[in-house]
Each structure stands twice: as C-alpha cells, then as structure tokens.
Ligand binder design. Structure first.
Ligand SMILES: [Mn+2]
Length: 380
C-alpha cells in the first residue's frame, strides 16, 4: 500500500472579527483578509504537494460572524482542488447547527462534512482508506465520541478526525474527550484533531498517532510562536509528518521590568538582545512590570510610538508602578491631603473583594500620588 498524502489543518476561524483587543477597525479588517490569504495558501500547498486528502478539523469559520460570501469563497476554492478529497469535522466555533451553512448552503465542491456528533465512516476504496469523523452539532459537546466505536475493517488505513480535547481525561467539562488509547482500541491508525491552537503531536510505540495542527494563523497575543499546517504520508506502517509554517503575521509578548526600558534607545537594545525584529508582519505587546524610581518613570508613549512606526500593530501595557515608600509617606504627610489620600486608598484596597478592583484601586493610588506630588507619567 502506498502512503496516503494528507494535508491537515483546522482552527482557521474565518471571518473572526478581531474585535476583542485594541486593533483599530482597518487593521482588524486586514487580519480577516490574512485569514483568507492563509486559507488560499494552504490549498495551494495541498495542490503543490499533490495531497490525496485535505482534513479540516473544525473551527473553519466563525458561525456567528461568517458571511455567506465567505462560504461561497470557500466552496469555490474547494472546487479548484478536484484531485483531492476534502473532509470537515465542525467544531465549537462552527457547529453544524440547523441554520449552519454546513447544512443550508448548496455546496458545489466535493466536500464531505461530518454533521453528526456520532462517528460516521466514509470509505475511499482507491486509497484503501476509511475516514471516520464526527462534528459538533451544538454549542457544547461533552460526550466521548470514541468510547464505543470500532473501525469495521482494520486492514484498511483508518483515519479519525474531529474537534476535541486530546488526553485530558473524562473530567467534567472536557470538550469531546479524545484519548489516544481509544483511537488505537477503535482500530485507528491516526487521529487528526482540532481545537488546540498550538501544533502538538502524540506518539505511541514510536509512531505519530495523533496531532493538532494548531491554528494556521495566530489569532491573538496568546498565540505567539510558529503557526502552520501539517503535511503527512500515512500508511499502516508509517506516519511521517512535517510542519509547514503558513502564518501571515506573528505575535510577540515582551514583559520587562520598567526600570530597564525607560526610553526607545534601551528598547532597541532589548529587542536586539531578544532577537525580535520589528517589521510589518509583527504584532507586539510590551508589558512594563515592577517598580521604578518615581522621578524616572518609563516613557510609555515614546516606547509605543517607536514600536508602532515599524510594526503592524503595537501596544504597551503598563503594569509598573512608582516605588513610593507608602509607610514613610503616611508619616511624613500625616494630616495632609496626601496622607489622608494614602490612608483612604489603602483602606479601600484592603476592602476590595475582586482582584480587578484591587488592581484598579492600586493603580489609582499611584496615579493620584504622582499627581499630588507634581510628577508626570504617561498613561497608555
Ligand atoms: Mn479554534
């Protein structure tokens, strides 16, 4: 049996609004275009590599935001991949609900969509392969789709696919728990999984048995590092895979003591040291931490300007604070506005129940002290 060539992807989240962070509207729109460009790139790669199968493991698009035009674009692009078989197993962001385009759109391309939560089998005789897949058909799905399932013909190559949590156990709240042992017990040769946005591989007896391809395009600052797709050659005897980067943009989060980067010159040497290059593909978040000399605050605005001019997007989160000696100041300024202000604020911080409230009040204390002592500080 010659190996089956597989392109695996998922978690593209097409038409995601990118409205959660502080991205301006035009940049969010560019990011939505990045998702589409990435999708086109993946299909081109699959054609170039003459893939037999394209497996899309859910979260292809955002059910709540997707445009019909985007669905028609997907369908048209699939139609250009006539030499490969395309399978989709819907996930928690694109569940096959009654009103899902998966069910209502008149798909013209030869794509197979697993719309049911129980596993279904699609035989591909020419490849001596069976594809076993399931799809989310509601917003939350906790059932284990594999527990009772058995592949009917273990002489064939049995590929499982679905959106869920691999090897997290059966604890309450696990989305579609998928255990590698259960894939093997069900007669599976491989599981293509979606849901986790970082590339991850699972081996059993020296063989790659399951993988997350991750999100081909990183979607927010929680998704730093490399993002791409998996291309593999799979047979009963081999499971060889390569990770191919497809991301259009990349995210970096740089958390540093405020004392060490007070101006753009220090920032430049820090970036050099961390080997971070500023370019139009980078979204960067600089987090300033720790305490600094109240008379030498970091120039957050200058830092932000410096980053912004050479990156696609930059933000500065200033979690740092001036190093005031509060006890000393309470004594020194007793019975004055400053002393009373410190007393009252510390009381309120003490009494705050929520962590966010405590942080907000602490921040207010330091901003207030800067103002009352005639100091200036950039607020970003
Ligand atoms: Mn996802």
């Amino acid at each position: 049996m010659k190996p089956v060539k597989i392109m695996q992807t998922g978690d593209l989240h097409l038409d995601m609004p990118f409205s959660g962070g502080s991205l301006p509207y035009e940049k969010a729109q560019k990011r939505r275009q990045d998702l589409k460009d990435n999708f086109l790139h993946i299909l081109q790669l699959a054609r170039d590599k003459e893939a037999d199968l394209l497996l899309i493991t859910g979260d292809l698009f955002e059910h709540q935001y997707v445009d019909r035009a985007t669905i028609s674009f997907i369908d048209q692009q699939f139609a250009r991949c006539s030499d490969m078989r395309i399978f989709i197993s819907p996930g928690n962001h694109d569940p096959a609900l009654k009103n899902s385009y998966y069910r209502t759109y008149p798909w013209k391309s030869p794509v197979h969509i697993f719309c049911e939560k129980s596993i279904d089998r699609v035989p591909i005789p020419s490849l001596e392969t069976d594809i076993h897949g399931f799809g989310w058909d509601q917003w939350q799905l906790f059932e284990n789709p594999l527990s009772q399932y058995r592949a009917s013909d273990t002489k064939r190559l049995n590929i499982f696919m679905g959106h869920g949590e691999v090897n997290v156990g059966e604890q309450q709240g696990a989305y579609c728990p998928l255990r590698v042992e259960e894939v093997e017990a069900a007669g599976g040769d491989y599981l293509a999984a979606g849901h986790v946005h970082r590339y991850k591989t699972y081996e059993s007896q020296g063989r790659v048995i399951a993988q997350y391809a991750g999100s081909p395009e990183p979607l927010h600052f929680g998704e730093t590092g490399d993002h791409g797709v998996l291309f593999g050659q799979l047979s009963k005897s081999e499971s060889k895979w390569e990770f191919i980067k497809t991301q259009r943009k990349r995210y970096e989060v740089l958390a540093v003591p405020a004392e060490t980067v007070s101006d753009s010159e220090q920032l430049s040497s820090l970036l050099e040291e961390k080997e971070i290059e500023l370019d139009e593909k980078l979204l960067i978040r600089l987090v300033l931490e720790g305490a600094y000399d109240p008379d030498a605050p970091p120039s957050s605005r200058e830092l932000k300007t410096r980053l912004k001019e050479s990156c696609f997007f930059a933000e500065v989160k200033d979690n740092s604070r001036p190093d005031y000696d509060l006890k000393q100041m309470q004594k020194e300024y007793a019975n004055t506005l400053i002393g009373d202000f410190i007393d009252k604020m510390l009381e309120r911080i003490e009494g705050a129940v929520l962590k966010e409230e405590k942080e907000r009040l602490t921040q207010s204390l330091y901003i207030g002290l800067d103002a009352l002592t005639g100091r200036r500080r950039d607020l970003v």
